[in-house]
Ligand binder design. Sequence first.
Ligand SMILES: [Zn+2]
Length: 76
Amino acid sequence: MSGFGHGFEGSYAGNAARLAPDDRLECGICWWIYDPAEGDELGGIAPGTPFAHLPAHWVCPQCEAPRHKFMVLRDD
Ligand SMILES: [Zn+2]
């Protein structure tokens, strides 16, 4: 074990623990945006639900992409 070969630091890679509760995420396939303040009415997700708390089977309501296709939106 050399310690080399770890290429995952810094990528989101489905690691919900790095998300803030109010982070918005954008679908990498269709650009639909999940806003925790609004939830996902189609998916039965109540407003105020952080992305990290979405059920494991949740998919994009527009294109059915899985959660790990989403990318965090940052307004700088
Ligand atoms: Zn989508």
